[in-house]
Design a protein around this ligand. Structure first.
Ligand code: NAD
Ligand code: WQD
Length: 348
């Protein structure tokens, strides 16, 4: 049997690029489609540099997944064993102001992808869902059985796509879906070659801390110091992006289990870290002082969110290996080597 072929949508992005490295290392043939709306083709060049000879197994196409004829061409050229679907817009605040843009990109994009997959008889999908579907959880850790809700249009797209997958599976049991609910991915590849490169001002905590550390932002605003947590600040389950990438190869292996239908798994560490704890770990890793401005709560933010990890450990045989110190070390290594993110063009 030859190597398995995987289509990765959004594979030039933060989580996608780290996952593509793992896929190539594990011997998969990998085709990436990405419209580069929130990423750079330099990420693909860097991935190739990281994997040596395995780079021959990677091809990249700048395509929007809503462009059905272009996507069909990709499927006509390669018979895929499975698809990993990262492509989507992910900024919560922006989704509140531009809901139609989010429904168009995330929902129409996914429908187009699923239609083309059905036409070409590829019925195995790993989807990037999010812990955002737990809303403000009544208790922690969040198990996969918790009630689901959407606090904003971005979250609604994740919930709608999860529901679409459940409905499609109910209508046709040839499909196999693994819905991965990521908690808070941070860090970067230990080489410092690839990492997160948000366009514009970052919305998420770690990229913001990084920009303060390299002098691109004057101070970090701490959103809320009056939560019922250890130090009053919000608590989250930060997970190293390389652990998250490994979770995808584990999910791909699971897709060949004949008993799998439509399954959902949390990808988190099961540990809660507060904003101040993360800042302090980053200060230690970087030797930089992060000036803080304590402000009010950010609307829509939950107090404490962390994952129950037992299901993924048991059924995917996957467990996060890295701790907060590793995440901060690798984030800082990426930041030092790429303080302004990817260059517009690779010069070396
Ligand atoms: P990212 O923005 O770095 O990657 C997404 C990629 O998809 C980008 O390269 C972008 O250019 C591409 N893309 C977007 N719309 C597209 C389209 N219509 N056609 C083709 N390409 C398109 O984000 P990420 O952090 O790597 O997230 C990947 C996925 O994981 C997203 O679906 C996101 O919602 C989900 N997710 C992310 C987080 C997080 O905190 N980063 C948490 C939970 C879930
Ligand atoms: C973490 C903590 C903030 C920024 C979001 C999405 C979620 C998922 C991951 C995609 C919170 C605090 C933040 C800042 C701060 N993405 N904070 N100052 O809110 O858990 O989740 O990203 O699916 O859907 O909602 O992550 O990194 O934005 O915030 O104090 O400048 O840091 O209040 O407690 P969040 P985050």
């Amino acid at each position: 049997m030859g190597a398995l072929s995987v289509l990765v949508t959004g594979g030039a992005g933060y989580i996608g690029s780290h996952t593509v490295v793992q896929l190539l290392k594990d011997g998969y043939k990998t085709v990436v489609v990405d419209n580069l709306g929130n990423s750079s083709e330099v990420a693909i060049t860097r991935v190739k540099e990281l994997v040596g000879d395995r780079a021959n197994n990677l091809s990249f196409h700048q395509i929007d997944i809503r462009d059905k004829p272009a996507l069909e061409q990709i499927f006509a050229n390669t018979k895929f064993d499975a698809v990993i679907h990262f492509a989507g817009l992910k900024a919560v605040g922006e989704s509140v102001h531009k809901p139609l843009m989010y429904f168009d990109n995330n929902i129409i994009g996914t429908i187009t992808l699923l239609e083309v997959m059905a036409t070409y008889g590829c019925k195995k999908l790993v989807f990037s869902s999010s812990a955002t579907v737990y809303g403000w959880p009544k208790e922690v850790p969040c198990t996969e059985e918790f009630p689901l809700s959407a606090a904003n249009p971005y979250g609604r797209t994740k919930l709608m796509i999860e529901d679409m997958c459940r409905d499609i599976y109910a209508s046709d049991s040839d499909w196999k879906f693994i819905l991965l609910r990521y908690f808070n991915p941070i860090g970067a590849h230990p080489s410092g070659h690839i990492g997160e490169d948000p366009h514009g001002t970052p919305n998420n905590l770690m990229p913001f801390i990084q920009q303060v550390a390299v002098g691109r932002q004057p101070a970090l605003q701490v959103f809320g110091t009056d939560y019922s947590t250890k130090d009053g600040t919000g608590v989250r389950d930060y997970i190293h992006v390389v652990d998250l990438a490994d979770g995808h190869t584990a999910a791909l292996s699971k897709l060949s289990d004949p008993n799998i239908g439509c399954e959902v798994y949390n990808l988190g560490t099961g540990k809660g870290t507060s904003v101040l704890e993360l800042v302090s770990a980053f200060e230690k890793a970087s030797g930089k002082k992060i000036p803080l401005v304590k402000t009010g709560r950010r609307p829509g933010d939950a107090e404490i969110v962390y994952a129950a990890t037992a299901k993924a450990e048991r059924e995917l045989n996957w467990k996060a290996k890295y701790g907060i110190e590793d995440m901060c070390r690798d984030q800082w290594n990426w930041a030092c080597k790429n303080p302004y993110g990817y260059p517009t063009q690779e010069t070396n």
